[in-house]
Design a protein around this ligand. Structure first.
Ligand code: MRU
Length: 347
C-alpha cells in the first residue's frame, strides 16, 4: 500500500520489534506503533492496533518469533508465550496457523523461527495478490460492489482479501463503485475501508449496516465480496458480525455473495461452522464511540441510554449454502457441497 507517497506493509518485523500501522488511530492520524516484546505484540493484537485475519496472523507469527528471541532457551517461557498469543483473539484462524508454524520452526533454532515468521508475512502478500487476480475475473465493468468490515490493505499485510480484487479491477481501468458497510460497533468499514478507498482513488460511499436489504431490493448492488476469519472444512464461514444477514438478503435477491480468503483461514479440524469460537468483545464498544471534534481532539462519547448493558459478539457464521464461491489463492472454488479438505495436503 502507498501512504503519503511511501510503500508500507500493515505490520513488519525489524530487529526484535514489530512495527504496525496503528489501526485504532486511523483514519484521523497515520502513525506507526512499535511492539518491542512478545507481550507488547499480544497487547496490540488484543486491543486491535493491528486487526483483520491476515494481519493478525502475521503479527502473531512475529510475536512467536519474539518469544524465541526473549526466551534464552527457556521452554516454559516459550509455552507460556504461545498460550498468551493464542488467547489474544479466538476467532481468526490465521493466528493459530501462524503461531503453530513459527513454534515448530523455533524448535530447530531462533533463526528458523524468525525466518518462518517472515515467510508467513510474505505468503500473506503473495496470497492476496493471487486473490486479486482471480477475484478480478468476477468483476465486470460498471459493477457496484458491497463489502462489509475491512478486508483490505489493513486486514492483510498488503493488498487484502475482499478488497484485493476491487483494487485490481480499479487499476485495470474498470469502472466500479463500492458500497462500504459502516460495520458497527467499531466501524472498520467507515474508518478503515473508506480510508483505503480514498487512498486508492476508488469511487465509493459509506452505507449504514442496516441499508443492505434496501440497496439490494432496489437493484443497486451487483455483487458482494467479504473476507473471512475462519472457514470450516465444509465452507461455513465466520466473518465480522452482520455478514450472515447480508448473505441471506443476497440469496433472496439472487445477488452473488463471495468470500475472499487464503487457505490459511481454513480450519480443517472443524467439519462445519458450529464449533467456530466466536469472540465476544467489550460492551463499551457498543455503548460509546470515539472520534475527533472539529479541532482534531479525540473524544469518547456515550451513545446509549445510561444503565443499559450491551451484547457484542464480534463475528457470525454464514453457512456454506449461502456462499456463491470462495476466491482463494488457488482460484475460484464453488462450494456445491463444499468439501475444502481436498485442498488440505497442499498447504
Ligand atoms: O474484528 P476484526 O476487525 O479483526 O474483524 C475483521 C473481519 O471480520 C474481516 O472481515 C476479516 O478479518 C476478513 S480478512 C481481513
Amino acid at each position: 500500500m502507498i501512504v503519503n507517497g511511501s510503500h508500507y506493509r500493515t505490520n513488519w518485523l525489524k530487529g526484535s520489534t514489530v512495527f504496525m500501522i496503528d489501526q485504532n488511530a486511523l483514519p484521523f492520524e497515520f502513525r506507526i506503533h512499535e511492539a518491542r516484546t512478545c507481550s507488547e505484540t499480544c497487547d496490540a493484537i488484543r486491543t486491535m492496533i493491528t486487526r483483520g485475519a491476515g494481519a493478525i496472523g502475521a503479527a502473531a507469527g512475529f510475536a512467536m518469533a519474539q518469544a524465541y528471541l526473549e526466551s534464552g532457551g527457556d521452554q516454559q517461557f516459550i509455552e507460556k508465550a504461545k498460550n498468551g498469543i493464542e488467547s489474544t483473539r479466538p476467532t481468526a484462524h490465521n493466528l493459530f496457523y501462524a503461531v503453530e508454524k513459527v513454534y515448530k520452526a523455533g524448535k530447530t533454532s531462533v533463526e528458523m523461527a524468525l525466518k518462518e515468521a517472515q515467510r508467513l508475512a510474505d505468503e500473506n502478500v503473495t496470497d492476496a495478490e493471487l486473490i486479486a487476480g482471480y477475484g478480478n475475473e468476477l468483476i465486470k465493468n460498471n459493477s457496484r460492489i458491497l463489502t462489509h468490515c475491512n478486508a483490505g490493505w489493513l486486514g492483510f499485510v498488503d493488498w487484502g482479501s475482499a478488497l484485493a480484487p476491487v483494487y485490481k479491477a480499479h487499476r485495470d481501468g474498470k469502472n466500479i463503485f463500492v458500497y462500504a458497510d459502516e460495520t458497527r460497533p467499531r466501524s472498520q468499514g467507515a474508518r478503515l475501508t473508506a480510508w483505503e478507498l480514498v487512498n486508492e482513488g476508488v469511487p465509493h460511499t459509506i452505507v449504514p449496516d442496516n441499508a443492505g436489504a434496501y440497496l439490494m431490493s432496489k437493484g443497486i448492488i451487483d455483487l458482494i465480496i467479504v473476507g473471512a476469519d475462519r472457514i470450516a472444512a465444509n465452507g461455513d464461514t465466520a466473518n465480522k458480525i452482520g455478514t450472515f444477514e447480508k448473505a441471506i438478503v443476497a440469496r433472496e435477491f439472487g445477488i452473488p455473495f463471495y468470500i475472499a480468503a487464503p487457505f490459511s483461514t481454513v480450519d480443517f479440524s472443524l467439519a462445519d461452522g458450529r464449533d467456530i469460537p466466536i469472540e465476544e468483545r467489550s460492551q463499551e464498544e457498543v455503548l460509546y464511540i470515539t472520534g475527533p471534534d472539529e479541532f482534531g481532539k479525540i473524544h469518547r462519547i456515550r451513545t446509549a441510554a445510561y444503565n443499559s448493558t450491551a451484547l457484542n459478539p464480534a463475528f457470525d457464521v454464514t453457512p456454506a449454502e449461502y456462499i456463491t464461491a470462495f476466491i482463494t489463492e488457488k482460484g475460484i472454488i464453488r462450494p456445491n457441497n463444499a468439501d475444502l479438505s481436498r485442498f488440505k495436503s497442499n498447504r
